[in-house]
Design a protein around this ligand. Structure first.
Ligand code: NAD
Length: 512
């Protein structure tokens, strides 16, 4: 059976999708390196999406009723299923997204680790807890609960087709919700594979994770389908459209958007380590990483040494689809045009090309640009290609100022041997995440929340915050004993307010 046929069955009943409602035809997903068809998928229209969400509702109830232990064991079965088929899934990611097989293995490994953390920490983070009722309600018990939202819609991008959506899916499921996932139209086979794997690993609540396929229209339908929350990962322009659609029904949203992450290399940095990390974070996955480094600000003391180290490392890299390639093609053809525009604009504005600068169809040479003005698109906008701009600055303060001058605020990195100095810079970096003396590491720490500020979005996935993101907070008070005087009654004595005012004076009045 061809892969397209296999995936055909995956997108049918096995994945819990509803082909019979898909009235707007099918689309192909293709291998970006060869153009070969990887699979053919239904375009789920509004009716189909609504039907899928409707089917998810009873599943959400059954899933929530399993409790923390029931969900933990089933999430463990799911991650076991993924871990045993890691190479199979990595092969599909390689063919549909174009990244090297080894990078796909790394991506899936991270996703499995997040599944493990979410499943095993949900009880600790979300269990109902008693809180101190305080002075005014001392005769009551106060309880705080984190209840599931029901059905969560997840819309994902193509650049990390397993890790990125799993950051929402794993945490939403662990918090007791069912999920309807709309993968990118560039990586539907990976999405369908993940849903089929769920169905195989967790057959008793198979509809707790379902997939719908299609382009932005299918995503917009999911926004309007009455889900309890919509977790969106993608670009800021699409994020605005998603928010507008969700606003119609007051559906809350999590926005994981693009970035323009910077690395700061200070006077006392390990220059070789910083160069190595910058090249990896800028070029791996063909630079199509939301938390990839796109800008580097280097103090003048170490600038030339840093540039020499970067140049030496980049010279050994090339794009390709074979085992020796450092990274693959641009997954979307249109992204190559963005990279070309940014490089041309940078050069026209006086920037120098240290390496690369060429875009051949979908293949972009590893490109390092020097002396690019801060006003250029290559410094201001998300490039999403294997490019780095390196800029000389007087000191780390100037580097921080330039880092923070960007509208995005996803993540970044600081390289310095001084712990105090590095931590201070990291704290003042206007981003949701920063790594010191490494790159991207926060994404591999499941206990740490993931998300940005400004144009990079809001809300958090991963960690305890990520679990709470997919719940509604519920506050309950229960009167334990009735007091002789009830202040919230029309029958309270006339003097009660004065007694209360005097008591407040005694407790709080001494503070000036
Ligand atoms: P995109 O915004 O083009 O598409 C993302 C998803 O939204 C796709 O599934 C698409 O079909 C869907 N969509 C498009 N129009 C829609 C609409 N009107 N309503 C609802 N859904 C719609 O992004 P992309 O090109 O797939 O991904 C690349 C972007 O994602 C980059 O900007 C990258 O930085 C960002 N990203 C962010 C994170 C993060 O965690 N912050 C992670 C990965 C990628």
């Amino acid at each position: 059976m061809s892969l397209a046929q296999q995936l055909g069955t995956v997108t049918g009943d096995a994945a819990g999708t509803v082909d019979r409602h898909a009235t707007t035809g099918t689309f192909d997903s293709t291998d970006p390196a060869t153009g070969a068809v990887v699979g053919t998928f239904p375009v789920h229209d509004e009716d189909a999406v609504r039907a899928t969400v409707a089917r998810a509702r009873p599943a959400a109830q059954a899933w929530a009723a399993l409790g923390f232990d029931g969900r933990r064991t089933r999430l463990a079965a799911y991650r076991g299923h993924l871990a045993r088929r890691l190479h199979e899934l990595a092969d599909l990611v390689h063919r549909e997204n174009g990244k090297p097989h080894a990078d796909a293995v790394l991506e899936i490994t991270l996703a499995v680790d997040h599944l493990a953390w979410a499943g095993s920490h949900a009880r600790t983070v979300l269990r109902p807890r008693r809180v101190n009722p305080g002075l005014l309600a001392a005769n009551h018990a106060a309880t705080l609960e984190y209840q599931p939202l029901g059905v969560v819609g997840v819309i994902g991008p193509w650049n990390y087709p397993v890790f990125t959506p799993m950051g929402s899916i794993a945490y939403a499921l662990a918090a007791g919700n069912a999920v309807v996932f709309k993968p990118s139209e560039h990586t539907p086979a990976v999405g369908a594979w993940l849903a089929a794997a769920w169905r195989a690993a967790v057959p008793d609540v198979a509809d707790a994770l379902q997939v719908v396929t299609g382009d932005g229209g299918t995503g917009a339908a999911l926004c309007r389908a009455g889900v309890g929350k919509l977790a969106f990962t993608g670009s800021a322009p699409t994020g605005r459209r998603v928010m507008a659609a969700c606003a119609e029904t007051l559906t809350p949203v999590v926005m994981e958007l693009g970035g323009k992450d910077a690395m700061i290399v200070d006077d006392d940095a390990d220059v070789a380590a910083a160069a190595d990390a910058a090249v990896w974070a800028g070029m791996s996955n063909a630079g199509q990483t939301c938390i990839g480094i796109e800008r580097v600000y280097v103090t003048e003391r170490v600038h030339d040494a840093f540039v020499a180290e970067v140049e030496e490392r980049v010279r050994g890299l090339r794009p390709g689809s074979d085992d020796g390639a450092a990274y693959g093609p641009m997954t979307m053809p249109s992204q190559a045009d963005v990279v070309r525009r940014h490089v041309d604009d940078a050069v026209a504005a006086g920037g120098r090309v240290l390496t690369g600068g060429t875009v051949d169809d979908r293949w972009v040479a590893p490109t390092v640009l020097l002396d690019v003005p801060e006003t250029s698109a290559a410094v201001r906008e998300e490039t999403f290609g294997p490019t780095l701009t390196i800029t000389r600055v007087r000191n780390a303060e100037e580097a921080l100022e330039r880092t923070n001058a960007n509208a995005h605020g996803l993540a970044g990195a600081v390289f310095s041997r001084s712990r105090g100095r590095a931590m201070d810079l990291a704290r003042r970096m206007r981003t949701g995440m920063t790594s010191v003396n490494s790159v991207l590491t926060f994404a591999a720490v499941p206990a740490l929340p993931f998300g940005g500020v400004g144009e990079s979005g809001f809300g958090r996935i991963h960690g305890a915050d990520g679990l709470r993101e997919f719940t509604r907070t519920k506050a309950i008070t229960r009167q334990r004993v009735a007091l002789p005087v009830d202040l919230m009654s029309f029958r309270r004595p006339a003097a009660a307010a004065d007694v209360l005012a005097r008591a407040m004076g005694l407790v709080h009045g001494r503070h000036r």
